[in-house]
Design a protein around this ligand. Structure first.
Ligand SMILES: Cc1cc2nc3c(=O)[nH]c(=O)nc-3n(C[C@H](O)[C@H](O)[C@H](O)COP(=O)(O)O)c2cc1C
Length: 474
C-alpha cells in the first residue's frame, strides 16, 4: 500500500486540510483517512463503517463552553503540542482563548491557534483593538482557569518575580483564577538553580504543575526531565482544577486498566507483537483518574508516557501482565483494554537464534493465559465490574456476544479494528457496549478515544450509583 507524506503537499492544501481537521474535530491524519475513504468508495459499493463520521463527535464530558480557559502558549519547541492541547481542552467542554508570547509566534502561528480555538488569539499587550477596555484584564479574569503550555523558564521566572512587561505576564500577574503550568525545557534549564527557585516560589504561590516528564529532547542526543506533559495529561490536569468535587464521579473507587500490546519473546532480540498503540486504555486511565478514581494501569510496551496521577506498571508479556493484574487486586472495576497475544513461543531461545543451513526455525506456539476470563471467573476477589474489550475485524456483534458469554465478564466494549476503520493506532474509535443480560448493545457514535474514555467512565459511575448491590447493576 502506498504511503503519503503530508510534508510534500503544497501549503494551500496543508492549510485547507488543517482547517478541515480543526472544524471536524479530527487529527489531520484522521481527516486524510476520511477524505481517502470517501474518494475510494465514490460511485461504488456503500461505505464500510468509518472510524470518524462526517458529523463531528459529540462533546461528552461537558458541552463546549461550560468552562472558559485562557491558554498562554510560551516560546519553546513544545509550542506545537499546545495546538493539540486546544483540541483536547475543547473535547473536555472548554472554550479556549489563546495568548501567544512573542517567542511563541516564532514556533507556531497565531492563525493556527485561532483556527483551532475558533476565536481570535491575542499576542500584544498594547493592541488598541482589544485594550480599549483593558482586554488583558478580561483574559485574566473572565475565565475559569489559566493554562500555560509550554511554560518556558523565562515565563516562570517572570511570574515568580511578578513582572508584567508583555501580554502573557500581565495576564498571569492580574489573574485571580487557578493557574496550571506545563513546563517544557532542556533538562539543564530545568535543573538550573534559578529555575528550581522559581518553581518552588510558584508552588508556594499556589500555582499547579503538570510535568515536565522524562524523555528525549528535541535537541539531538539529549534526554532527561524537561519534556512537556502530553496534551491529554494537561487536559486531565485542567479538568481536575475545573471540576467541582461532586463531579469526581469515581472518587474513592479503585480501578484497574490494562492497555497496549504484549510482546512474546522468540529469543532475546525478537518477539511477536501486535499493532495496539495503547491509546484507548491510556485515555481511560486518564479519564478515570480525572474522575477521582485510584487508578492502576498495567501497560504492555507502548510509546506513551505514564499518565499523571496513575500508578503505571510496565510489563512485556501476557504472563507478566496476568501476574501484575493479580497483584493489583482487589479493585472495584477491572477494564481489560490490552491486546494480549493469544499465543507465545513454547521455547523462546536463550540466545539469538542464528541463520543456519537447515532453513527457517519452526516456532511452536502455545496458548497464553486468558487474563480476562481468569479474572472474571475468580471464585474470590472478583472485581464487581469486569469489562473486556473485543477488537474484531469481522462479525463484530456476533463475536462480541460470544466473548461476553465465554469469558464471564459483565461488559464487552467491541470495536471494528479492520484496517479501513483506522481505529488501531488512530485517535478515533467507534464502539458498541454489550452488557450481560441486556438484549441490545449500546452503539456509540464514532468519536475520539478521549471521548470514548470519558463516556465509559461516566457509564461506570452511573452503574455504581444506580446499584445498591455489591455487584453493580448492568
Ligand atoms: C529553538 C529554540 C527552542 C527553545 N526552546 C525552549 C524551551 O523548550 N523551553 C524554554 O524555556 N525556552 C526555550 N527557548 C528559549 C525561549 O524561546 C526564550 O527564553 C524566550 O525568551 C521565551 O519567551 P517567552 O517566555 O516569552 O515565551 C528556545 C529557544 C529557541 C531559539
Amino acid at each position: 500500500m502506498a504511503s503519503l507524506t503530508v510534508r510534500k503537499l503544497d501549503d494551500a492544501i496543508k492549510t485547507a486540510l488543517k482547517l478541515r481537521a480543526a472544524q471536524s474535530g479530527r487529527s489531520v491524519e484522521d481527516e486524510l483517512r476520511v477524505i481517502l475513504r470517501q474518494a475510494a468508495f465514490e460511485d461504488s459499493a456503500p461505505l464500510p463503517p468509518a472510524a470518524a463520521p462526517e458529523t463531528p463527535s459529540p462533546p461528552l464530558q461537558a458541552p463546549e463552553g461550560r468552562y472558559r480557559v485562557t491558554l498562554i502558549i510560551g516560546g519553546g519547541i513544545a509550542a506545537y503540542k499546545a495546538l493539540d492541547l486546544i483540541r483536547r481542552l475543547k473535547e473536555c467542554g472548554c472554550e479556549v482563548r489563546c495568548v501567544l508570547t512573542r517567542a511563541a509566534e516564532r514556533f507556531v502561528t497565531a492563525l493556527s491557534a485561532s483556527a483551532l480555538a475558533g476565536s481570535p488569539c491575542h499576542t500584544d499587550l498594547f493592541d488598541p483593538t482589544s485594550e480599549f477596555d483593558a482586554g488583558h484584564i478580561r483574559l485574566a479574569r473572565h475565565c475559569d482557569l489559566v493554562v500555560v503550555a509550554p511554560a518556558t523558564a523565562d515565563l516562570m521566572a517572570k511570574m515568580a518575580q511578578g513582572l508584567a512587561d508583555d501580554l502573557a505576564s500581565a495576564i498571569l500577574l492580574a489573574t485571580d483564577k487557578p493557574v496550571l503550568l506545563a513546563p517544557a525545557m532542556n533538562p539543564a534549564m530545568w535543573n538550573n538553580a534559578a529555575t528550581k527557585r522559581n518553581v518552588a516560589q510558584l508552588a508556594r504561590d499556589g500555582r499547579t504543575f503538570v510535568g515536565p516528564n522524562r524523555g528525549e529532547m528535541a535537541e539531538a542526543n539529549e534526554a532527561g526531565i524537561g519534556r512537556m506533559a502530553e496534551p491529554l495529561e494537561i487536559a486531565a490536569g485542567a479538568l481536575t482544577l475545573l471540576q467541582p468535587a461532586q463531579t469526581q464521579i469515581l472518587k474513592g473507587r479503585r480501578v484497574l486498566i490494562t492497555a497496549g500490546p504484549t510482546h512474546e519473546p522468540i529469543d532475546p532480540v525478537r518477539y511477536i507483537a501486535n499493532r495496539s498503540s495503547g491509546k484507548q486504555g491510556y485515555a481511560i486511565a486518564v479519564a478515570a483518574a480525572a474522575a477521582g478514581a485510584d487508578v492502576v494501569l498495567i501497560s504492555g510496551p507502548v510509546n506513551l508516557p505514564d499518565p499523571k496521577g496513575v500508578k503505571t506498571i510496565r510489563v512485556e508479556s501476557a504472563q507478566e501482565m496476568l501476574a501484575a493484574v493479580e497483584a493489583a487486586l482487589p479493585t472495584e472495576v477491572a477494564i481489560f483494554a490490552a491486546a494480549v497475544a493469544d499465543w507465545r513461543v513454547a521455547q523462546a531461545g536463550a540466545q539469538k537464534i542464528k541463520k543456519g543451513k537447515d532453513g527457517a526455525p519452526a516456532l511452536e506456539l502455545v496458548e497464553n493465559p486468558d487474563i480476562l476470563a481468569t479474572i472474571a471467573k475468580r471464585a474470590t476477589g472478583r472485581p464487581p465490574l469486569v469489562i473486556g474489550f473485543a477488537a474484531e475485524t469481522e462479525h463484530v456483534a456476533e463475536n462480541a456476544r460470544a466473548k461476553l458469554a465465554r469469558k464471564g465478564c459483565d461488559w464487552i466494549v467491541a470495536n471494528d479494528v479492520s484496517p479501513a476503520t483506522g481505529i488501531m493506532g488512530g485517535d478515533s474509535n467507534a464502539v458498541q457496549i454489550f452488557i450481560k443480560d441486556q438484549e441490545a448493545p449500546e452503539a456509540w457514535p464514532a468519536m475520539s478515544k478521549t471521548d470514548v474514555a470519558a463516556r465509559l467512565v461516566a457509564r461506570i459511575a452511573d452503574t455504581f450509583s444506580s446499584s445498591t448491590e455489591s455487584t453493580p447493576a448492568s
